[in-house]
Design a binder for this molecule. Structure first.
Ligand SMILES: NC(=O)C1=CN([C@@H]2O[C@H](COP(=O)(O)OP(=O)(O)OC[C@H]3O[C@@H](n4cnc5c(N)ncnc54)[C@H](O)[C@@H]3O)[C@@H](O)[C@H]2O)[C@@H](O)CC1
Ligand SMILES: Nc1ncnc2c1ncn2[C@@H]1O[C@H](COP(=O)(O)OP(=O)(O)O)[C@@H](O)[C@H]1O
Ligand SMILES: [K+]
Length: 487
């Protein structure tokens, strides 16, 4: 099992974590007390005392709100509490904490927001089961124009499992409990969460042994121990040989990928390209080798070289029969293969042939457009990436600001470190190359893909504004140096 420190829990898994903790002897009221107290602590840390409106819903999220109200009032803050529906509708721990609130409550109308300097959104958390009712959505819209919002668990309107966010408004801070939920990372919900703080409410991490989470936030802790390590007595061949299929006339894409593979640590990197393009590739590549592609038979012969340990096709490959044939020839070797861009689009009219040909370690790196050409685009990003991985038998990297990496066995990782400067031509080509470089060194495809996506995001973050794809490979040494100096 992957390290559960960066696990993301579904609503059902979080309920189970609560249940196991309660069964082990912690009362639900105590968990709620700790949850609300942790939110109040974060507020007191970040804001000076002011007038706060706490908006409480009908469930346990509302119960947390009453705890926050009490702690802030005890600390001398001016607190208004608004409650959705009759106060006696609250049950269990929420009813208990509502009783401990000795101040007034008002109905949940815009009047509660009058002259608020800060607003606590405790209307709905994990229990939101349908789109927000009109009046609640209207109140939230007014709240967003009135003062900064602190959301408890998730901003109301966010579906924690899927990242949908109908009717939600942007919070400055979201305080969640024990572990993050997929909705804190998936778009659009992520945009509404602001800064996310995970508070410890005394749920023991050992409950996760029983829950076996399958979804994780991308973090080196998941894959650092599997990263290729150089052996002192190795040589360039023991570091793997990465082969990139280089197209013509779009030659830049494969060159970017090749540099990504080399910087990720492949001992040798070769671009094989049509004879006519040899000069173009050779002038722009030095340590990376260039080989003429020849006809299909000679390509198959080249693939028979056992020293080649990783294959990539797609960047700048062109859509068509030659690309299809080359993809199938690569897959037939059973060696680790990355399929990107045109290699995916070339199977648009016949995805079945592609799926049926994948048997070895394989990573597909579509963006949303390429994904929809091969797979069912319905459902949230986690769901559809997982389904595609299961269907294809390959690791799927569904790119974007919230890239999801899914394995055929159901594990999934959501990436959160990619800055928007990555939205620049060719950055995906570099990513495919980094994955190739790690695969060529023998790293497991799922973890290689996760590591590459993280390194790619971190490289871009290190660089800052003005990034172009060419910069990315040369930023890897610094990112890797920092990463491994922390061990
Ligand atoms: N279970 C526990 O032990 C803990 C739970 N905690 C809090 O409990 C929350 C989950 O509590 P609940 O499961 O009670 O769920 P919520 O409080 O998020 O909401 C459930 C209530 O809202 C109603 N509802 C759902 N969608 C609605 C809609 N669109 N319009 C109107 N009403 C709607 C439901 O009928 C139910 O009454 C978490 O988000 C967290 O804030 C924390 O106190 C930590 C401990
Ligand atoms: N707004 C964004 N924020 C963060 N990362 C992004 C954003 N937009 C794109 N990316 C990342 O940039 C890369 C773009 O890849 P791709 O769409 O294949 O473009 P190209 O074909 O031009 O290389 C992917 O890794 C993607 O996840
Ligand atoms: K909330």
């Amino acid at each position: 099992m992957l390290d559960t420190q960066s696990a993301l829990l579904t609503v059902n898994q979080m309920t189970e974590a609560d249940r196991l903790t309660i069964a082990a002897g912690t009362a639900e009221e105590v968990l709620m007390e700790r949850a609300g107290a942790s939110v109040a602590r974060e507020i007191i840390k970040a804001w000076p005392p002011c007038r706060v409106a706490v908006l409480c819903g009908p469930g346990n999220n509302g119960g947390d709100g009453f705890v926050v109200a009490r702690h802030l009032a005890d600390a001398g803050w001016d607190v208004q509490v608004g409650v959705l529906g009759p106060r006696d509708r609250l049950k269990g721990a929420a009813a208990h904490h509502a009783r401990l609130w000795s101040g007034l409550t008002a109905p949940l109308t815009p009047a509660v927001l009058d002259s608020a300097d800060l607003i606590v959104d405790a209307i709905f958390g994990a229990g939101l089961s349908r789109a927000l009712d009109g009046p609640v959505a209207e109140l939230l819209a007014i709240a967003a124009r009135t003062a900064p919002i602190i959301a408890i668990d998730v901003p109301s309107g966010v579906i924690a499992d899927s990242g949908e966010a109908s009717g939600a408004v942007a919070a400055k801070l979201t305080v969640t409990f024990f572990r993050k939920k997929p909705g804190h990372l998936l778009l659009p919900a992520r945009h509404f969460c602001g800064k996310v703080v995970v508070a410890d409410i005394g749920i023991p991490p050992s409950v996760l042994d029983m829950i076996s989470p399958q979804t994780f936030e991308n973090d080196p802790i998941l894959w650092r121990g599997h990263f290729p390590i150089l052996s002192g007595d190795g040589n360039k061949f023991t570091r793997g040989h990465a082969l990139v299929w280089g197209g013509y006339r779009m030659t830049g894409a494969a060159r970017l990928a090749a540099r990504g593979a080399a910087r990720a640590g492949a001992g040798l990197t070769t671009v094989t390209c049509p004879e006519v393009a040899l000069g173009v590739y050779a002038t722009a590549l030095t340590s990376i080798m260039v080989q003429p592609l020849g006809d299909q038979a000679s390509f198959v012969k080249l693939l028979a070289d056992e020293r080649i340990t990783g294959l990539l096709i797609g960047p700048g490959a062109g859509v068509g029969e030659q690309t299809r044939e080359s993809v199938l020839a690569m897959l037939a070797t059973g060696r680790p293969t990355v399929l990107d861009a045109d290699a995916l689009t070339s199977f648009q009219s016949d995805p079945e042939t592609l799926m049926a040909s994948i048997s070895g370690p394989c990573v597909l790196t579509p963006h949303n457009g390429e994904f929809a050409r091969l797979f069912d685009p319905c459902g949230d990003k986690l769901l559809r990436t997982r389904a595609a991985a299961r269907r294809s038998g390959a690791v799927i990297v569904l790119k974007g600001a919230d890239t999801v990496i899914a394995a055929p066995d159901g594990r999934a990782i959501i990436n959160s470190n990619a800055p928007p400067t990555l939205a620049t031509a060719g950055s995906g080509d570099v990513l495919a190359g980094i994955i190739l470089g790690l695969l060529a060194q023998g790293m497991e495809p799922f973890l290689a893909a996760a590591a590459a996506v993280w390194l790619h995001g971190e490289a871009a973050r290190t660089f800052g504004p003005g990034l172009i794809a060419e910069d990315l490979p040369d930023l890897l040494p610094k990112v890797l140096g920092t990463l491994f100096s922390q061990i």
